[in-house]
Write a protein that binds this ligand. Structure first.
Ligand code: NAD
Length: 356
């Protein structure tokens, strides 16, 4: 089994190093090959997703990805910006289904920004469509020059689009996931204003008829944002488009205590997947050795379960993470009085210890 390791930029290299240690400690003989991506690849090869990196990712059984991006690349032409690498990987690998579980660990109830009673026992799954929507529409317009002068057009737009088959396949993924959980799906849209999301709503309703055991409801995205912070436990599976999913899953991350705890999986129709923490490259804390590696370690566990058929090993990792939290070990983002503050590396070492 071959794993492509793409650490990327900022804290990406620090957190992926800890996840790789954990994968190696399982002793399952994975073949792992590392390549540059994002800003690091742009610096070395002039492109955020070099041909060789894409080839490695396409040929691997799974990709473990850190994060890409840095403010210093914000003035580059858009196709050369680090974030384009992740869009390119999603498109070329056909990764259309993004799973973002938001679980509030019992030990981290106090780290959430919400009251403990609202988040204790929280376990929701956001299923985000990844290959359509406004992120893959036609962008138009020119960026504002650094001196504030508009160099060309004074208008910009991006087109939002979804096709029926794209909505159908993500709806099936969501209903199938719900069948293994509490059998409830909330489809999030903006059908009151956007034609794209009227189509979304109609297609999800139609697919839902094939899953009579699953209760389906529809919610506008503004209300969903409100309900996520008002009563998050009323959700089971949320399914939504690319942009709404991007925003809502970050909000859901905070319910769990920190975005540093949230893994994600992006799968194609063959089960090949890209696994990454839900957060970005965190330039504000990069190089300080304080980033939380648990989202990446938990992403490696999702990789074992979804792409490498190693559910028992995935469970071992998840149990080891619970164990270090139980021991009171915390990186700065989840630290609270009475617990022990540890570095990125110390957290990785503690997971290894617990694994053994
Ligand atoms: P971010 O997720 O990088 O950081 C948001 C906040 O969360 C920061 O305060 C950061 O310090 C904190 N944080 C994030 N991960 C953490 C961790 N593991 N441990 C502790 N704290 C953590 O989002 P941002 O600041 O909006 O973006 C920074 C860069 O990352 C940008 O260039 C952006 O485009 C990029 N980005 C990349 C991805 C990706 O690679 N998939 C996703 C989101 C953002």
């Amino acid at each position: 089994m071959k794993i492509a390791i793409l650490p990327g930029d900022g804290i990406g290299t620090e957190i992926v190093a800890e996840a790789v240690k954990v994968l190696q400690a399982l002793g399952l003989g994975f073949e792992m090959e590392t390549a540059l991506v994002g800003g690091a690849a742009y610096e070395a090869h002039g492109h955020p997703l070099p041909e060789a990196t894409l080839k490695l990712a396409m040929q691997a059984d799974a990709v473990l990805f850190g994060a890409v991006g840095d403010w210093k690349y914000d003035t580059l032409d858009r196709p050369l910006r680090p974030e384009q690498a992740i869009l390119g990987l999603r498109k070329n690998m056909g990764l259309f289904a993004n799973f973002r579980p938001a679980i509030c660990y019992e030990q981290l109830v106090d780290a959430s920004s919400l009251k403990p009673e609202l988040v204790a026992g929280l376990d929701i799954l956001i299923v985000r469509e990844l290959t359509g929507d406004i992120y893959f529409g036609q962008p138009r317009g020119r960026r504002v020059a650094t001196d504030g002068h508009f160099p060309g057009s004074e208008e910009a737009f991006d087109t939002m689009r979804y096709s029926l088959p794209e909505i159908e396949r993500i709806a099936h993924v969501a209903f199938q996931a719900a069948m293994k959980r509490s059998k409830r799906v909330t489809s999030v849209d903006k059908a009151n204003v956007l034609e794209t999301f009227q189509l979304w709503k109609d297609v999800v309703t139609e697919v839902g008829q094939q899953y009579p055991e699953v209760a389906l409801d529809h919610m506008y995205v503004d209300n969903a944002a409100m309900q996520l912070v008002k009563a998050p436990k009323k959700f089971d599976v949320l399914v939504t488009g690319n942009m709404f999913g991007d925003i809502l899953s970050d909000a859901a991350a905070m319910l769990t205590g920190s975005i540093g705890m949230l893994p994600s999986a992006s799968l194609n129709s063959k089960g090949q997947g890209l696994y990454e923490p839900s957060h970005g490259s965190a330039p504000d804390i990069a190089g300080k050795g304080i980033a939380n590696p648990l989202a990446t370690i938990l992403s490696a566990a999702m990789m074992l379960r979804f792409s490498l058929n190693q559910a028992a090993a995935a469970q071992r990792i998840e149990a080891a993470v619970k164990s270090v939290l139980q021991q009171g070990l915390r990186t700065a983002d989840i630290y609270s009085a009475g617990t022990t503050k540890v570095s990125t590396k110390q957290m990785g070492d503690a997971v290894l210890q617990a694994l053994r």
